[in-house]
Design a binder for this molecule. Sequence first.
Ligand code: ATP
Ligand code: MG
Length: 228
Amino acid sequence: MPIISFANPKGGAGKTTSALLLAGELAAKGARVTIIDADPERWISQWAKLPGKPATIDIIADVSEDTIVDHIESAAKKAQFVIVDLEGTASLMVANAIGMSDLVLIPTQGASMDAKGAAKTIKLIRNQERMARRTIAHSVLLTRTSAAVASRALRNVRDQLDKAGIDVLTTSIVERAAYRDIFDYGGLLSDLTPDQVSNVEKARENARAFAGEVIGRLKSAAAAPKVA
Ligand SMILES: Nc1ncnc2c1ncn2[C@@H]1O[C@H](COP(=O)(O)OP(=O)(O)OP(=O)(O)O)[C@@H](O)[C@H]1O
Ligand SMILES: [Mg+2]
């Protein structure tokens, strides 16, 4: 039922990677997940052709500005979670998907160009909220962070978002080879073995914590007043 979109007009912010990680974690817990692949690069559709895609994850590709609303609506009737991987532009398709979402996650790298993209997404969300006269829960997800050090740029981005009153997930998606490898090998993080890639266990823990936080945000969004 809940619709979770990943949006940031900045290309390479980590939308597709985090969308697949979330889908994998939810499916691993036994949920039925539909991913709407609205990224023109179709990484998730290509991943789905590799061996190891769980039967509980369905992928819908070939979506356009005209069809995305229909696809999201019909997916939400069947799946327990609908995840929308959006293109790296601020288009009408992105606005439509945001307008239908229960939660918008804004993947953002700890650099100012990404933060500008995040600000654009938040503007888009605010406009959709005004048009639909309802609140749309949204959180920034910091991506590709270093496992070892919190950089100055990253601290800066977190501080600025805090000051602007924008929710930032406590869990960030760390830079991990495992997150690239699932797109090459197929399957889920749980299928990767330590001899294939380093720090698999840490990657799994990180993805689990991220999914747990997303579930928490969905619960608070469901309990919050809906009128903007
Ligand atoms: N946490 C991570 N660890 C390692 N590599 C990552 C991580 N996040 C993203 N990447 C890599 O960075 C690149 C861009 O990531 P991704 O495709 O997820 O971004 P995107 O926001 O979907 O981009 P686009 O706007 O082009 O759709 C990819 O090569 C991906 O493998
Ligand atoms: Mg993408």
